[in-house]
Ligand binder design. Structure first.
Ligand SMILES: [Ca+2]
Ligand SMILES: [Ca+2]
Ligand SMILES: [Ca+2]
Ligand SMILES: [Ca+2]
Length: 185
């Protein structure tokens, strides 16, 4: 048995095939290394519709339109709020996208590449403005599925004005941080 296994592994093609099938079967337990590059946009009332961050945006009626390579983002204006969009890229193409829509407090979490890996989102809520630490943590949320593009829509109802901190992780256990971004509902 050991001898035949060794013979199989002696074939470079078979070994490569084995590695490929292991990678395919590993599922979301894999992690990006290095982590995806993250490009954020934060849209605050004082800069609307010009985001802070590298992603371009244009005004469309009472909404703000941000194009991207998968679909697009349309933020409805919400007074005193800060909308957040984060694109994650590996090798020049998008692997994930996170949007926080302050209007009705809705998160859109995208997995945009069928690569056996995923991103995870947790949200820290600052419910006591006198204490800037996290008072309520939610998530992790992710976009699961086998489609080329998977989307999870998380509809929350946060009080307007209470800050949130959005953390994007490379793993479900929330130990491999891609980035943190502040928003206001
Ligand atoms: Ca990683
Ligand atoms: Ca709101
Ligand atoms: Ca809502
Ligand atoms: Ca993926």
């Amino acid at each position: 048995m050991r001898q035949s296994l060794r013979l199989v592994l002696a074939s470079a093609g078979a070994a490569a095939g084995l590695v490929a099938s292991l990678l395919t079967a590993a599922g979301p337990a894999r992690a990006y290394s290095p982590n995806p590059g993250a490009a954020p946009a934060r849209l605050a009332p004082d800069t609307w519709p010009r985001p802070k961050g590298p992603l371009p945006a244009v005004r469309r009626d009472a909404a703000c339109f941000l194009d991207d390579e998968i679909d697009y983002t349309l933020f409805q204006y919400d007074a005193d709020a800060v909308a957040v969009k984060i694109e994650m890229h590996v090798g020049g193409s998008m692997v994930g996208k996170v949007e926080f829509h302050p209007y009705d407090e809705v998160f859109w979490i995208y997995d945009t590449r069928d690569d056996g890996d995923a991103i995870y989102v947790t949200v820290c809520r600052i419910t006591n403005p006198d204490n800037p630490l996290c008072q309520a943590e939610e998530g992790p949320w992710t976009a699961g599925g086998d489609d080329a593009v998977d989307v999870s829509i998380i509809d929350r109802d946060y009080p307007d004005g209470q800050a949130i901190r959005i953390s994007v992780w490379d793993n479900e256990n929330a130990t491999d941080l891609i980035g943190r971004y502040g928003g206001i509902p």
